[in-house]
Design a protein around this ligand. Structure first.
Ligand SMILES: [Mg+2]
Ligand SMILES: [Zn+2]
Length: 189
């Protein structure tokens, strides 16, 4: 069985403007085909987990209850389309808090791997930011970059920068979660 861990903002749903936070379900907008991607992965027997930085909680912009409400709406919308999310890990801490879970640290990914007995060598992490690629590398799982959300900026960063970031290159790059899902299904099912 293959395992996939997904970043949320910029991969499943649109990034809120101005590096803000989704504070209410009414502000949560699925990216095109991300619902279909998650249901296709579910039908292909992938375990799907989400790992998301939500520093809006640490900044006092959104409460944990609001986040849970958004996630329960997201999970049930996906479930109605046939997609199953096994678990959601989130880092609620302020970026300055120095916690072990905020990406690019690997804490959330390591916990997901442990809790669900994932084999890191059969797990991919899909994200749109440099911190996602780094977190995956730091957890010894394969990073996949999508060009939605901050993905184009991330791609340009890799294209323009030199040696120092080479060790954090993504293994694969796709236009969006849907094309990534079709590759995973073709490759591993
Ligand atoms: Mg993101
Ligand atoms: Zn944290």
């Amino acid at each position: 069985m293959r395992n996939i861990i997904l970043d949320r903002d910029g991969v499943i749903n649109q990034n809120p403007p101005n590096f803000g936070y989704v504070c209410d379900w009414s502000e949560f907008a699925f990216l095109p085909s991300s619902i279909r991607a998650i249901s296709d992965l579910t039908y292909a027997d992938f375990n799907i987990i989400i790992a998301t930085n939500q520093a809006g909680i640490g900044r006092g912009i959104i409460t944990q209850e609001q986040l849970h409400k958004i996630h329960s709406n997201m999970v049930s919308t996906l479930r109605n389309a046939g997609g199953i999310i096994k678990n959601i890990y989130f880092c609620p801490h302020h970026p300055d808090a120095g916690c072990e879970c905020r990406k690019p640290k690997p804490g959330m990914l390591q916990k997901a791997i442990q809790d669900h007995c994932f084999d890191p060598s059969t797990t991919h992490f899909i994200g749109d930011s440099i911190s996602d690629i780094k977190a995956a590398k730091n957890a010894d799982i394969a990073p996949v970059l999508v060009l939605t959300g901050h993905g184009l900026d991330t791609y340009q960063h890799y294209a323009s920068s030199q040696f120092e970031c080479r060790k954090y290159l993504p293994d694969k790059i796709f236009t969006n979660l849907f094309s990534a899902s079709q590759w995973l299904i073709q490759e591993y099912v």
